[in-house]
Design a protein around this ligand. Structure first.
Ligand SMILES: Nc1ncnc2c1ncn2[C@@H]1O[C@H](COP(=O)(O)OP(=O)(O)O)[C@@H](O)[C@H]1O
Ligand SMILES: O=C(O)C1=C[C@@H](OP(=O)(O)O)[C@@H](O)[C@H](O)C1
Ligand SMILES: [Mg+2]
Length: 188
């Protein structure tokens, strides 16, 4: 086993994962403010670095290239930074390298939302999420279901169905402070 320097828990980045539209960006910002930490949204980092919107990266270079950029951005940030709150894009955790780097270096929180509640948010998010374009609702549900396996690798899960964003953020802060429900996921 390679030698790895342990990161003190209170310095670990807090990483939010979950399907697109569950609230990672909105809630990540709130959690960062409540914990007096900097907030990093991986999609915003990518847009800044590439000087392009995510949907334009998809249309110009394709999803495969977006995933490469996404993987490298997450890997760099999760290894180099401390004490941040980091929101990933909803597809990032499908990549094994992303899961490994996050679970080895950070506290990974899964924002869970039921399919029925998620459907109600579709109009809010569809325009800026190219992965949803040209898919029927049934196909979106298949994608939603197919991704749950990757999200099951986390250190804690927050069920968000009946909570507004502020309530989810408060719950996360309490969870972190009191060490509720923080566990190690099973290995792949
Ligand atoms: N807990 C919540 N309850 C209701 N609406 C929410 C909640 N969290 C986020 N939203 C709304 O859902 C949409 C998607 O949120 P966003 O933070 O961009 O999600 P993600 O980053 O996971 O794709 C936004 O319009 C946001 O205001
Ligand atoms: O789930 C996905 O494949 C994606 C989710 C988006 O982020 P959010 O989860 O923040 O919407 C963004 O990274 C990109 O549009 C692809
Ligand atoms: Mg987001």
């Amino acid at each position: 086993m390679s030698y790895m320097r342990q990161i003190p828990v209170r310095e670990k980045n807090i990483v939010l994962i979950g399907f697109m539209g569950v609230g990672k960006t909105t809630i990540g910002q709130l959690v960062a403010k409540k914990l007096y930490r900097d907030f990093i949204d991986i999609d915003v980092e990518i847009e800044k670095n590439e000087k392009m919107l995510i949907k334009d990266i998809f249309s110009k270079y394709g999803e495969k290239e977006f995933r490469r950029i996404e993987r490298e951005t997450i890997s760099d940030i999760c290894q180099a930074k401390r004490c941040k709150v980091v929101s990933l894009g909803g597809g990032a955790f499908q990549q094994e390298e992303v899961r490994n780097v996050c679970l080895e270096n950070c506290i990974v929180l899964f924002l869970d939302l039921s399919w029925d509640r998620w459907k109600e948010r579709l109009d809010l998010i569809i325009e800026s999420r190219p992965v949803l374009h040209n898919r029927t609702l049934e196909e979106m549900q298949e994608l939603f279901n197919a991704r749950q396996d990757a999200y099951s690798k986390h250190n804690s899960r927050v069920q968000t169905d009946n909570l507004v964003a502020e309530e989810v953020a408060d719950y996360i802060v309490e969870t972190l402070k009191l060490g509720w429900d923080i566990y190690q996921p099973q290995k792949d």
